[in-house]
Design a protein around this ligand. Structure first.
Ligand SMILES: Cc1cc2nc3c(=O)[nH]c(=O)nc-3n(C[C@H](O)[C@H](O)[C@H](O)COP(=O)(O)O)c2cc1C
Length: 344
């Protein structure tokens, strides 16, 4: 079956994309993913804090400053080991080798939270052969007084700054934490985003009451986490001009199929590939084809968006849908109508 797909204006041989993660950071991992049939790969991010221009421009003025950027810089310095690391040079070398040794589009990823010189690296990524840039705007509005509009403006500013220095497509990878995500997506679409990736996952910060420590970690996702991303893909399908990439919670071919039915142009996966190995990409693609045969679909075009939100609004995506789901849950988990029972 022909699984060819368009994403960011690029032609991909399949709708499965290996999203940024450790596997896409090595040539061995990239080669295995390409062999397993992924349509494209997104390299791990080059972080704003890894770029020397940040230091030169004095963006880390306070050692140990409260915003954590000093710690971020120190983290990368330690990671690089003795002699330090020329992260941009390493990154550009990875792009060049990945392009030379795989036959699929290589998408470079830039990760930052404010405008500045770091965005210039997008043009170096293009020169190194990247087919597109994925911009992961990782901005934690930790200051409780930052107005929502100011926080949102950063996203469009970073996007337009990067768009100004490259001619390749640029996708923006977003978190779901906006008060009006639909508007943010529309604004980014109008500002020239070629794609939106829904969603990135923030690091999980937590408190351990036994050890009195605050931990930070990144657990692999589980399929239950995909519901939010799928709901937003379904809502935005047909409303934005740009491509939509689903990211979060894909583990089986059924998860891929569900995202496509919601309207995703491509479906990304990182956790499943780490959990099951790069060859799992082939399992997902074979499973997708098997499902399409079983359900009588002859093309991806027939699948894509079939269960997206309709222009008039599907009940399941509305407040009414919410209420009826609550009713069903009350029947399933409590006595019928118990959520409406009078309090005695
Ligand atoms: C170990 C690990 C490293 C990651 N590194 C990056 C990264 O460098 N840049 C990025 O944008 N996302 C990164 N991600 C996020 C993934 O690209 C992806 O968006 C997220 O894990 C959700 O997809 P999944 O549910 O398929 O894992 C990383 C995820 C994991 C698990």
């Amino acid at each position: 079956m022909d699984l060819q797909t368009r994403y960011l204006g690029l032609t991909l041989r399949s709708p499965l994309v290996a999203s940024a993660g450790p596997l896409t950071g090595s040539l061995a991992g990239l080669t295995k993913l390409a062999e397993a049939g992924v349509g494209a790969v997104v390299l791990p991010s080059l972080f704003q804090e890894q770029l020397p221009a940040e230091d030169e421009r004095g963006w880390f003025p306070v050692e140990g400053g409260a915003d954590g950027r000093y710690e971020a810089r120190k983290y990368f310095r330690d990671l690089a080991g003795p002699g330090g690391g020329d992260w941009p040079a390493r990154y550009l070398a990875l792009i060049k080798r990945a392009v030379a040794e795989t036959d699929i589009p290589v998408i470079a990823s830039l990760n930052g939270g404010s405008t500045g010189g770091w965005t210039d690296y997008a043009s170096a990524m293009q020169a190194a052969g990247a087919s597109a840039i994925e911009l992961n705007v990782y901005y934690l509005a930790g200051d409780p007084m930052i107005p929502a509009r100011d926080a949102e403006r950063r996203y469009t500013e970073i996007l337009t700054t990067v768009k100004a220095v490259v001619s390749i497509p640029v996708a923006v990878k977003l978190s779901p934490y906006f008060s009006s995500l639909g508007e943010m997506a529309t604004v980014l679409d109008q500002a020239g985003a070629d794609g939106l990736v829904l969603f990135s996952r923030f690091l999980q910060t937590d408190i351990d009451p036994e050890t009195f420590t605050v931990s930070r970690g990144l657990r692999l996702s589980v399929p239950a986490e995909s519901a939010l991303s799928r709901a937003w893909i379904s809502r935005l399908h047909g409303l934005v001009r740009c491509s939509l990439a689903a990211s979060t919670g894909v583990d089986s071919a059924a998860d891929v199929a569900a995202y496509l039915l919601g309207g995703a142009d491509v479906v990304m996966t990182t956790s499943a590939l780490l959990r099951h190995g790069p060859q799992h990409a082939r399992v997902l693609l074979d499973g997708l084809e098997e499902w399409m045969h079983r359900k009588g679909f002859k093309s991806l075009a027939a699948v894509r968006g079939l269960l997206a939100n309709a222009p008039e609004g599907r009940p399941a995506y509305t407040r009414i849908g919410n209420l009826s789901a609550l009713e069903q849950a009350s029947h399933a988990y409590g006595s019928p109508g118990s959520h409406q029972a009078p309090i005695e």
